[in-house]
Design a protein around this ligand. Sequence first.
Ligand code: ADP
Length: 485
Amino acid sequence: MDLMNKNLLKDTSYVDGEWINANDGSCSEILNPATSESLGFVPNCGSAETIAAIEAARRAQSIWSKTDAKERSSVLKNLHRLMLENQEDLAKIITLEGGKPISESIGEIAYAASFFEWFSEEAKRVYGDVIPAHQHDRRTLVIKQPIGVVGCITPWNFPSAMLARKIAPAIAVGCSVVAKPAPETPFSALALAYLSELAGFPKGLLNILTGDAERIGAVLTENKDIRKITFTGSTSVGKLLLKQSAESVKKVSLELGGHAPFIVFEDADLDAAVDGALIAKYRNSGQTCVCANRIYVQSGIYDAFCERFTEKTSGLVVGNGLEEKTQQGPLISNNAMRKVSLHIDDAKNKGATVATGGNPHNLGGLFFEPTVLTGVTDDMLIAKEETFGPVAPIFSFENEQEVVKRANDTPFGLAAYFYTSDLGKSWRVSEQLDYGMVGLNTGIISTEMAPFGGIKESGIGREGSKYGVDDYLEMKYISIAGIEE
Ligand code: ADP
């Protein structure tokens, strides 16, 4: 990798402040999804290395939990600054290993860094309570304490931000972390570990293990010193980790799949809705859990919306994410290509029309054409499953009640979007959508200052905002007796 700061490129795991190889010396190769070229190798760690990392994290946490909030705040602030100082290089790493257009990667680093800034501030606001006593000689207090060592498993689609959203609140309140990044994108995580050392994280506070997901995941969920699991990824793996964590009754946060509806009412600003849908659909080539997956347009504006949306979609520039003009990078894997084709073929067979795209891109490899499907109906696979690719299915609807019912007809409940200029409808629909997050007249909702997370099978817990520390804290009630004159 051609980086300005070569120190950011680490190809070993990070445990107890040491850069380590797997005990058996084995490695996995990491490929650039845009070119299929090798980016290097990282260690294939397993159970023994995970146990060593947990032991280091336990030692570090027992000291860290006794530090004062200002000290914890200060190292997080340092990390925020260091990430921004290295923004270009860190973004390049994301694009090389994940394929994301460089402008989006630059944005991801700013977003990731913002969590270190936000939680450096929140570290000082972990308040308890004094509750009115139930007897006159009593005093009743509540204090909040760090939960302990946190096991953290993250996906490839936001390799820097998903780690930051978990590490920052954990460290802010006095926890330590053992993290396993996605196998596709280890270098972003290892660069973060390197910067955490410069920021002043004591050894063992943050440990990053690359390697065998099942074995590392099994140890993290079974080990009694891990008191919390935080995971972002697929619903199936989330459910597995929840089951595995049951035996030792861990607190679990899950940020899983979504199936976001994007509703456009006839009274909406049509141009704003088209632009919002483009961003909500095609960010990271459709590979985000909050991507618009079902676009519902009211019948009176259906044709006008489809025409404008299709025109803008067909103008998207597909290519290697390192090129400035690229708006759509490659997909992450052959499996992702297969799923996109499956959803398109199924929709076509059941009567949908391909308004643009529909095929692998002539650049070859993992590139796919940004695709619009019109005339989509609820019996199609794409109406039921998350596509995780650049396909926009457009459904038609008649009225508010009907579209809310169809939008909620899914086991998922992460993000939903809708466009309207009617005040009453804005409130009604916001309240009736069974989702953890609602974008009203916007296709972008993520910020470190608001609670990110889902309901139903989309997850448990919230990341970011003043609520983001709760998942890393235990509440303790102290009852003081004998306070008499
Ligand atoms: P995706 O389909 O987006 O890759 P996954 O849920 O498979 O989603 O992956 C998200 C993260 O979960 C990755 O870090 C991956 O290595 C990890 N993972 C996958 N399977 C397991 C497992 N059995 N135990 C623990 N972690 C797992």
